[in-house]
Write a protein that binds this ligand. Structure first.
Ligand code: FAD
Length: 466
């Protein structure tokens, strides 16, 4: 590209938020420049997040299921793990999708510029590209700079203390690994490494794993982890790590803190921080709050009317489907469409074993805010399909309004909960009530029936064993 360029729409960051915004703006006839500091498109989600983690979780599932069928009389030998080949396959999955994105950008004539972008004024930024600094002016800008792993202060610099990106790189399989942080990312990594043979311990500062999810939903996961992990310490923090040749000596604090323990590797998964420091937002006059997030209105506008922000950099929940949805809205608003972000819910999924998914109102939130609700649950121990899949500990629950009987929220734990929650999300968006769901014929025998059965329970229909 030339040294000076003008963009009708400039998108900063090519994660799921940024590439979606760029593609939609181009489809709506805008001339778009997309800036990404890395040589590949896709951001965290594609390169070091959603996709590589789900590829490895797929393999983890095969390994654990192969073990589980021992109970029904089928025994496989110990798996021989070729780490290099596994890594190569996982990288191939990512590469295939990244190439697809590059093609889609080309087809739409989106100009992709590799380099770090920094605002220099409300209508321009500079990009440090491999062949020099370029200045790009713009009419509209979409900030989609995303987030990075949060660091735990005070830890020594040591290659055995890693973050989720390092964990997904799959360089080595440690014998004993401590995971700091019992949130979704930490537990997904626990699931992967455990299946590959690493002994896992988990330490969580709060009293519950996956804080934010209802405790009945995480119960089956917790009881499984209790069987398979070396230790789970709740209400406990890491106070110090001493690195030596022998390993990493980790000290803990908290009322139930254990004695100091030795590990071969420590994964820090304590959350993510916005990449606000990378973009010099202040030069564009864009306000950043004290946590580094950019506040936006329902049209994704920042305080500067021609600059928009989407995705992780706008705050929680930090999820790819939120980023891409916001990306579409920003592009459409720029193209003059009368649209706004009015999603009634953003579903959450932990792709653990079992999976946990929820959307809309949670019981935790309802109790905190004093919101009245009714609950209908269907335990998977009464689902034919769940029993046939050895997944009896699952649970489907629906929360609904007592008067209107409309769905308010749903939580599912068990195989494929992440796929199943989509139906409940649609029901919420469509304003469906319990009768709508109960009277909808679901295919038998499927796990999706558990949603219908829960609604039938709400309608007073007694659902026996199916
Ligand atoms: P990002 O994906 O962070 O992309 C921002 C991009 O901007 C990056 O490529 C960055 O290099 C670039 N950038 C930043 N600053 C500059 C600059 N100054 N100049 C040029 N480029 C810049 N979410 C889900 O919904 N489902 C999941 O299963 C899931 N799994 C995850 C697993 C892991 C291990 C992790 C870490 C995250 C996971 N997430 C998941 C979260 C998801 O990855 C993020 O919510 C999503 O990537 C956010 O998209 P984004 O477009 O806002 O930003």
């Amino acid at each position: 590209p030339p040294d000076n360029l003008h963009a009708e729409v400039l998108v900063l960051g090519a994660g799921p938020g940024g590439y979606t915004a760029a593609f939609r703006a181009a489809d709506l006839g805008k001339q778009v420049v997309l800036i990404e500091r890395y040589p590949v498109l896709g951001g965290v989600c594609l390169n070091v997040g959603c996709i590589p983690s789900k590829a490895l979780l797929h393999i983890a599932k095969i390994l654990t299921e192969a073990q589980a069928v021992r109970e029904v009389g089928i025994e496989f030998g110990q798996p021989a793990i070729n780490l290099e080949q596994l890594r190569h396959w996982k990288d191939g999955v990512v590469k295939k999708l990244a190439q697809g994105l590059s093609m889609l950008a080309k087809q739409r004539q989106v100009t992709v510029i590799q380099g770090s972008g920094k605002f220099i004024s409300p209508n321009a930024l500079t990009v440090e590209t491999p062949d020099g600094i370029k200045t790009i002016s713009f009419d509209h800008c979409v900030i989609a700079a995303g987030s990075s792993s949060a660091r735990l202060p005070g830890l020594p610099k040591d290659p055995r203390i890693i973050n989720s990106t390092d964990a997904l790189a799959l360089h080595t399989l440690p014998k004993r690994m401590l995971i700091i942080g019992g949130g979704i990312i930490g537990l997904e990594m626990a699931t992967v490494y455990q299946a590959l043979g690493t002994k896992i311990s988990i330490v969580e500062r709060l009293p519950q794993l996956i804080p934010g999810a209802d405790s009945d939903l995480i119960k089956p996961l917790v009881s499984k982890l209790k069987q398979t992990c070396e230790a789970i310490w709740l209400d406990t923090s890491v106070s110090q790590i001493e690195a030596s040749k022998k390993g990493l000596k980790v000290s803990f604090s908290g009322e139930q803190a254990p004695e100091a323990q030795w590990f071969d590797m420590v994964l820090v998964a304590i959350g993510r921080r916005p990449n606000d420091k990378l973009i010099a937002a202040e030069s564009a006059g864009v306000a950043v709050d004290e946590r580094g997030f950019i506040t936006v209105d329902e049209q994704m506008r920042t305080n500067a009317a021609h600059i928009f922000a989407i995705g992780d950099i706008t705050g929680e929940p930090m999820l790819a489907h939120k980023a891409s949805h916001q990306g579409k809205i920003a592009a459409e608003v720029i193209a003059g469409h009368k649209v706004a972000f009015d999603a009634r819910t953003i579903p959450s999924v932990a792709y653990t074993d079992p999976e946990i998914a929820w959307m809309g109102l949670t019981e935790t939130e309802a109790k905190k805010q004093g919101i009245a609700y009714e609950k209908a649950s269907f335990p998977w121990a009464a689902s034919g399909r769940a029993i046939a899949m050895g997944s009896e500990t699952g649970l489907t629950k629906l929360l609904y309004d007592k008067t209107t009987r409309r769905i308010l929220g749903a939580g599912i734990t068990g195989v494929n909960a992440g796929e199943l929650i989509a139906e409940a999300t649609l029901a919420l968006e469509m304003g469906a009530d319990m009768q709508d769901i109960a009277l909808t014929i679901h295919p038998h025998p499927t796990l999706s029936e558990t949603i219908m059965f829960a609604a039938e329970t709400a309608e007073g229909v007694i659902t026996d064993l199916y």
